[in-house]
Write a protein that binds this ligand. Structure first.
Ligand SMILES: Nc1ncnc2c1ncn2[C@@H]1O[C@H](COP(=O)(O)OP(=O)(O)O)[C@@H](O)[C@H]1O
Ligand SMILES: [Mg+2]
Length: 244
């Protein structure tokens, strides 16, 4: 469904991503891995239109969307849950969810989707009228994911959903990702915790300094790539080499 070819993205003079190609098929759960600064978030931003690619192609169901505005890309069916969640802390849970549905607001559909979100995230029902900023980190992550789901995305992109969460909350988020996938949502997942991600994904890409180092199944990646302890979701400040 998603096909990215030879993607380049920069921040001014800083070339963050150069020449990345990747694909995600319908129903797949795919991980994009790599150490801090490898270009994972930049890749997701470029796909979602938040950052305009300077070169290359982003195709959704065969249609070029690489030059579209972010809102148009959401309407086409790609939704990004950015790193750091980015919910509106001053707005209630309800208002946050309503904003997610805004791309194509329809009252009946909104109610239906809300019920579905309450099923997936019972805590959001309890907290419905509270300010988003009062939720715990894990609850905010759930709200951010629920908000993204309100647009009924064909492809959900999650940027480091477990970042900064407690181990118990991290478990919940990983369980949720598996549940979403079982419900048929196609997911592109960025994770620092490579070992954990490789337990649940169909395929994975490994990025290093803006280029792809490896692509394959979790088994292939575990066999051919030295995913040492530092890289496996360890201390962010430590560096390590990824040997192939
Ligand atoms: N807003 C920005 N302005 C300038 N450089 C940035 C910005 N965001 C990221 N970068 C740089 O782009 C590169 C890739 O960053 P990023 O995509 O955020 O990596 P990752 O998500 O894999 O940690 C890094 O060298 C980073 O310093
Ligand atoms: Mg990032």
């Amino acid at each position: 469904m998603l096909k990215v070819e030879n993607l380049y993205a920069s921040y001014g003079a800083i070339r963050a991503v150069h020449g990345i190609s990747l694909e995600v098929a319908e129903g797949e759960l795919v991980a994009l891995l790599g150490i801090n600064g490898a270009g994972k978030s930049t890749t997701l931003k470029a796909i979602s239109g938040v950052l305009r690619p300077i070169q290359g192609s982003v195709m959704l169901y065969g249609e070029e969307i690489g030059n579209r505005k972010p809102e148009a890309i959401v309407k086409k069916g790609i939704s990004l849950v950015p790193e750091g969640r980015d919910i509106f802390g001053g707005l209630t849970v309800e208002e946050n969810l309503r904003l997610g549905a805004f791309a194509s607001y329809d009252r009946a559909r909104y109610k239906e989707d809300l019920e579905e979100m309450f099923g997936l995230f019972p805590i959001l029902k309890e907290r419905f009228h509270q300010a988003g900023g009062l939720l715990s980190g894990g609850e905010q992550q759930m709200l951010a994911i629920a908000r993204a789901l309100m647009s009924r995305p064909k492809l959900l992109m999650l940027d480091e959903p477990s970042l900064g969460l407690s181990p118990a909350m991290t478990d919940q988020i990983f369980e949720l990702i598996v549940t979403l996938r079982e419900r048929g949502t196609t997911i592109l997942l960025v994770e620092q915790n490579a070992e954990r991600a490789l337990e649940i994904v169909d395929r994975a890409y490994l990025l290093a300094t803006g280029s792809l180092e490896f692509a394959g199944t979790p088994d292939e990646m575990k066999r051919k790539v030295d995913l040492t302890s530092v890289y496996l979701g360890g201390d962010e400040d430590e560096t390590c080499e990824v040997r192939l």
